[in-house]
Design a binder for this molecule. Structure first.
Ligand SMILES: NC(=O)c1ccc[n+]([C@@H]2O[C@H](COP(=O)([O-])OP(=O)(O)OC[C@H]3O[C@@H](n4cnc5c(N)ncnc54)[C@H](O)[C@@H]3O)[C@@H](O)[C@H]2O)c1
Ligand SMILES: [Zn+2]
Ligand SMILES: [Zn+2]
Length: 402
């Protein structure tokens, strides 16, 4: 089968290869992948800029944002049948017995192994999954939308499960990438009165998208000081919540400036660079800093339910769906900021002629010069880590992709 494989510890060492088809062993299922989202962490894997604390295995098939159908069911698996439409959580393997697993916080299991880093991922025709990670896709949700469950779950975890937003709040989101834009949608859903999205000079297009999705203010920080904007909002004391979705350590200095006394910061973005500034504003303002990582069962179920009810506008997020051979185009469009999100279509997606898959084939071919679905219109979609446990200070920590 075709798979997009990172084959060496070097910039650009990524290619489509023919690899053996996996089989569903006892206790697992085989999922035939229809559509798989491209994540910022996949782009880091392509350029070999993933966190160096994230030691994966090589060669490895990328991809952890998948939607497909059950193609085979291994011995001992109950409750799943061939043909079921599913999405797979990212924690391909967990220990199942540590205190975090036992208390339902398996996203934090130090032995967690994610797809696309330590386990072969879903940028392939088939992926093997434990039934534990499968969720049914509601009938009225397309595969394209379902493939975005994972990044929405990251935003849901940060803005719903971790940090508080009350109706009437002022919420500032730093970063206009996928995670920032989805955090914006989540903050609006929670009833924020005023939202502000910050980006940089590469984000012109994505900041416009943020506005279309309901951001009250967008700021390109290379042109305007966001503190000027935020100090003119509400009572002028700052944001109730700042969500850091930048991936740049220095953004924390800005979060501390923009947050109001007794407010909160949700830190979702990584920051491999060491900090060169004081954290005293956290103390002086008595700010709560939430680290936010990954998601668990309920997060996925809730996001799928919200998709089904049409609470988000995922069609505005997905900028293009590309055949797997055209992965480089898909990755580059996201890297340039042209697409908030790109996705790859597997051969099954082309074959699928069901009511929820067939509608999305129009205009595409494997070797045409444009994405299968570039510049998706509002109406065009139906229904819508790096990391292997390194040891720090004697403790085993988990992965750094979600
Ligand atoms: N904690 C988790 O579970 C989790 C899950 C997924 C992604 N992430 C991380 O979240 C971060 C964001 O992910 P993404 O895919 O949206 O990344 P991205 O690179 O697409 O987006 C980052 C955005 O931040 C902007 N930016 C950079 N510096 C800024 C600054 N100082 N102020 C405002 N904006 C700034 C960039 O221009 C860009 O728009 C990354 O670090 C990613 O690894 C974390
Ligand atoms: Zn992802
Ligand atoms: Zn565990």
């Amino acid at each position: 089968m075709k798979a997009l494989v990172k084959y060496a510890d070097a910039d650009g060492a990524l290619e489509v290869r023919d690899v053996p088809e996996p089989v569903a062993g006892p206790g697992t299922v085989l999922v035939r992948v229809h559509t798989v989202g491209v994540c910022g962490s996949d782009i880091h894997m392509w350029h070999n800029t993933q966190s160096k604390s994230s030691k994966g295995v090589l060669p490895i098939t990328l991809g952890h944002e998948s939607a497909g159908v059950v193609a085979a069911v291994g011995d001992g698996v109950t409750g799943w049948s061939v043909g079921d439409r599913v999405v797979c959580e990212t924690a391909a393997s967990i220990c199942g017995v540590c205190g975090l697993c036992r208390s339902g916080r398996y996203n934090l299991c130090p032995w967690r192994e994610g797809y696309g880093l330590k386990r072969d991922g879903a940028m392939a025709e088939y992926v093997v999954a434990e039934p534990r990670v499968l969720h049914r896709i509601p009938d009225n949700v397309s595969f394209e939308t379902a493939s975005m469950t994972e990044p929405y779950a990251v935003a849901y975890n940060a803005v719903v499960e971790r940090a508080p937003v009350s109706p009437g709040d002022l919420v500032v989101v730093q970063g206009a990438g996928t995670i920032g834009i989805l955090a914006l949608q989540m903050a609006i859903l929670r009833g924020a009165a005023t939202t502000v999205v910050l980006g940089t000079e590469i984000d012109t297009h994505r900041l416009e998208k943020a506005k279309r999705l309901g951001a009250d203010h967008v700021v390109d920080i290379s042109r305007q000081d966001p503190a000027e904007v935020v100090s003119g909002l509400h009572d002028g004391l700052g944001a109730d919540l700042v969500v850091d979705a930048t991936g740049v350590s220095a953004a924390l200095r800005q979060s501390m400036e923009l947050v109001r006394p007794a407010g909160a910061i949700a830190k979702v973005g990584w920051g491999p660079q060491p900090l060169g500034f004081t954290l005293d504003p956290l103390v002086k303002k008595a700010v709560t800093l939430y680290g936010c990582y990954s998601h668990t069962w309920n997060t996925w179920e809730n996001v799928l339910r919200l998709f089904s009810q049409g609470k988000f506008r995922p069609e505005l997020i997905l900028g293009g769906v590309y055949a797997i051979e055209r992965w480089e185009e898909a990755f580059s469009a996201m890297q340039r900021g042209d697409n908030v999100k790109s996705a790859l279509r597997m051969p099954f997606g082309f074959e699928d002629s069901g009511p929820l898959g067939g509608e999305s084939h129009s205009g595409g071919s494997l070797d045409s010069g444009s994405p299968i679905r570039g510049s998706l219109s509002d109406e065009s979609l139906s229904g819508g880590s790096p990391a292997a446990g390194f040891r720090a200070a004697g403790f085993r920590t988990g992965e750094t992709t979600s």
